[in-house]
Design a protein around this ligand. Structure first.
Ligand code: 6PG
Length: 306
């Protein structure tokens, strides 16, 4: 399958029905530069048309270099940070100072270094521990974040009790830009193979527990994709695929030879989202692009390279 190349402008010209756009960069560093440039372009476009830019950051290690690049010139000076609101695609239920925290990684590599007001950073805070109250606490944490999203994105009644018009609600019930990674098991955000969360169509945010393989939620053990062993038995909260698919733009980042097999399966293999949850990400009217490098694209039949 031929994968067209894309730049910032073409990114929006792509017909969603065309499926994912795939851009192959020579290496992880050029992938990170291109991803930072796309973030700048998406932010410029959103601020120009709507006065603000809402973005959900991904965890994992793939976006770290992109965040570091955005935190310094030339990119840092090209973003209207006063108009940016930061959310997360998913979060592990750990203390914010825990090295496994996705919020901690984003603050360390980006948010602590740019002029963005604390009130514009909306972390996913999850109180669930491993004890008996874990399910209830994880679910209420997910509900709290969903309420935050709905309130912020204007999908709730206005002060007069009236709902925004349907057209207006539709436009505002979505994020401008969602960043995602992909695990070697095919998960994205915290949507793991066989997880009940894959079938969630109403909630925007769902609790998930890292469990023992199919039928329960989460990776078996702390796979290579889990920074600091965020595997078995750890509660997480995650945006659902149905909410991610409302986004205007979705960017997957995957670099390195370890991701070649899963990238090939997700993009060119049979459609099997129970086994490969990343295949669930097909925005209804938005666009999805995969930024790969030569190593992670090594098994793709149709390739373009920048
Ligand atoms: C998380 C991430 C997760 C990540 C993938 C890829 O909280 O772990 O949201 O979905 O994006 O596991 O991780 P790497 O980028 O470290 O390979």
């Amino acid at each position: 399958m031929e994968h067209p190349t894309v730049d910032g402008a073409a990114f929006h010209a792509a017909a969603p029905a065309a499926g994912p756009l795939v851009v192959v960069h020579p290496d992880a560093e050029s992938l990170a530069w291109a991803a930072a440039a796309l973030f700048v372009e998406e932010a410029r476009r959103a601020v120009e048309t709507r006065g603000c830019f809402t973005v959900a950051l991904s965890g994992g290690s793939s976006p770290e270099r992109m965040y570091q690049l955005l935190a310094r010139p030339p990119f840092s000076g090209q973003v209207s940070w006063a108009k940016v609101h930061v959310f997360w695609s998913d979060e592990r239920c750990v203390d914010v100072h825990d090295p496994r925290s996705n919020e901690s990684m984003a603050r360390k590599n980006l948010l602590d270094h740019v002029p963005i007001a604390p009130g514009q950073i909306h972390p996913m805070r999850c109180r669930a521990g491993a004890g008996a109250n874990g399910p209830r606490d994880a679910s209420s944490s997910a509900d709290d974040y969903e309420h935050l999203l709905r309130s912020f994105l204007g999908a709730t009644r206005d002060v007069g009790g009236a709902w925004p018009s349907r057209g207006e609600r539709g436009k505002r019930e979505r994020l401008d830009f969602v960043l995602l990674g992909v695990g070697t098991d095919g998960h994205t955000a915290s949507l793991f193979p066989g997880s009940d969360a894959l079938r969630e169509t109403e909630r925007w945010v769902t609790p998930v527990i890292a469990g023992d393989g199919p039928g329960s939620d989460g990776p078996v053990g702390a796979g290579p994709d889990d920074r600091g062993g965020a595997g078995r038995g750890l509660w997480r909260i995650s945006l659902t695929a149905s909410f991610i698919n409302k986004a205007a733009s979705v960017l997957f980042l995957a670099s390195g030879r370890a991701k070649a097999a899963v990238v090939g399966e997700v993009l060119e293999g049979p459609i099997d989202p129970e086994r490969l949850p990343a295949q669930l990400v097909r925005p209804q009217s938005g666009t999805v692009v995969w930024y790969l490098d030569d190593d992670s694209a090594a098994l793709l039949a149709g390739r373009s390279s920048e």
